[in-house]
Design a protein around this ligand. Structure first.
Ligand code: HEM
Ligand code: 2DC
Length: 439
């Protein structure tokens, strides 16, 4: 017999009191550990309300499968109000990240072809493996053109990075306290958040403006791949405002996510020297077999790919995946009505011994074995709403690791345990300090 929604265990009756306790536990930075603890206390499903943020939380891969089957035609994540409020405040359009419904779908379909379809890898890989100046993501978005420019805008590039970090950091308190309220009382988090997005949009506007101007002057230079932005502009299927909005989001989403995942990977490789040698051998063999053709190499490095999956298992960028379900579902024998926000605790799942054998061990080879991977590799999300930057991120990170492994031995300076801290995305709680020994 199915039990009713109201019987799901957890603390969901007094949002304000829960917010107070959450704050006392330094929950703004400990969300991942609090979720882990809640699963320990309540079991594989619990209901929660902190401030105005209400959700049902699950941890099992089999339950994740049920969740994603009920995501509907227009999958919808938790609305990050800080981000929509900024755009409303400054009168800017939402990009794919923030759009919903048919508007989201029609934009996403067009962007998919340019950003995430398997065939675009041929275009991206030469850009990512190339000269190596500037941000990897901007060489893909803007082609080679901006690479040159980035030399002299270096201080601007640093400012841009700082803005992204500040944007993430100031978002997390506003998950629980409505930004509209914080704006009215002139709170510092809101002001910092606006300043951060302003910096991000200004930088993106400058880059987009440059490409736009160049494109009008030269028009179709040979048959070289011109980058995602120029392709979108020439395709002429989205309005300029829609293109700007989504390109800005791609730029903002493409910096901290990959750099942190790479830092964690190098950290794990420094802690596991013999594993590092195994990866190096795989890369050397791949290099020999493909005569240095990077696209071919990427098909021959399963263990490197396993390492990245393993990094995202233990150190996911996103602490959870969420959907407002489109239909009623039954999970762990509880009825959950359509419209409920259901969260899969990604961080907690990655560390659950019922889901992963010896979860505390960093073992890239677990992803090569035939043991079930059913709804276990979800670092980039799932389905039509999954990470739009996934292909770019994967290619960028694989190429970076290839170059690192070919040129350096990575060592740890001393024994320092680094943990995660939540600043909307999960970040290392202290700087990861490594030594690179040239080979
Ligand atoms: C969405 C993870 C890198 C742009 C997401 C989501 C996750 C994620 C979990 C939500 C997916 C869902 O709800 O199912 C990651 C990880 C990255 C990464 C782990 C790197 C290690 C990037 C990069 C870009 C990017 C490099 C841009 C170039 C986006 C965008 C969305 C998104 C635009 C929203 C897509 C939509 O709503 O349709 N990402 N991401 N991400 N990501 Fe990433
Ligand atoms: C944060 O409880 C924890 O990929 C919240 O590249 C639920 C939540 C909602 C949306 C998630 C967010 C969490 C973590 C960061 C994510 C975001 C969706 C997209 C974003 C996962 C799990 C990220 C980092 C994007 C960022 C794009 C950019 C323009 C800000």
């Amino acid at each position: 017999i199915v039990r009713p929604f109201s019987e799901i265990p957890g603390l969901w009756k007094n949002g304000v009191a829960n917010l107070y306790n959450f704050w006392k536990l330094d929950g703004f930075r400990n969300l991942h550990r609090i979720m882990l603890q809640n699963f320990n206390t309540f079991g594989p499903i619990y209901r929660e309300k902190i401030g105005y943020y209400e959700s049902v939380n699950i941890i099992n891969p089999e339950d994740a499968a049920i969740l994603f089957k009920a995501e509907g035609h227009y999958p919808k994540r938790l609305k990050v109000e800080a981000w929509t409020s900024y755009r409303d405040y400054r009168n800017r359009k939402y990009g794919v990240l923030l759009k919903n419904g048919e508007d989201w779908r029609s934009n996403r379909v067009i962007l998919n072809k340019e950003v995430i379809s398997p065939k675009v890898l041929e275009n991206f890989v030469p850009l990512l493996a190339g000269s190596g100046r500037g941000f990897p993501v901007s060489s893909v978005l803007y082609g080679e053109r901006l690479g040159l420019m980035l030399d002299y805008i270096d201080p601007e590039a640093q400012h841009f990075i700082d803005c992204i970090t500040l944007m993430f950091k100031t978002t997390s308190p506003m998950l629980y306290i409505p930004p509209g309220l914080l704006r009215q009382i002139g709170a510092k988090v809101w002001r910092d958040h606006v300043e951060a997005w302003d910096g991000i949009f200004n930088q993106a506007d400058r880059c987009i403006h440059n490409i736009y101007r160049q494109l009008r002057q030269e028009k179709g230079t040979a048959n070289k791949y011109p980058g995602v932005l120029a392709s979108l502009l020439m395709l002429d299927k989205l309005s300029i405002e829609d293109i700007k909005a989504s390109i800005t989001e791609l730029m903002a989403g493409g910096v901290d996510t990959t750099s942190i995942t790479l830092q964690w990977t190098l950290y794990e490789l420094a802690r596991h020297p013999s594993l590092q040698e195994e990866l190096r051998a795989e890369v050397a063999a791949a290099r020999a077999e493909s005569q240095g053709d990077m696209l071919e190499m990427l098909k021959r490095i399963p263990l490197v790919k396993g390492a990245l999956k393993e990094t995202l298992r233990l150190h996911p960028v996103a602490v959870s995946l969420q959907r407002y379900i489109a239909e009623d579902i039954i999970i762990q024998n509880y009825h959950i009505p359509a419209g409920t926000l259901v969260q899969l605790g990604l961080y907690a799942m990655g560390r659950d011994p019922k889901v992963f054998f010896r979860p505390e061990q960093y073992q890239p080879s677990r992803w090569l074995r035939t043991e079930t991977h059913y709804f276990r590799s979800l670092g980039f999300g799932f389905g039509p709403r999954q990470c739009l930057g996934r292909r770019i991120a994967e290619a960028e990170m694989q190429i970076f690791l290839i170059h690192m492994l070919e040129n350096f031995r990575v060592e740890k300076q001393r024994h320092v345990e680094v943990q995660s801290t939540f600043e909307l995305i999960l970040l290392p709680d202290k700087p990861i300090i490594l030594t690179l020994k040239p080979l």
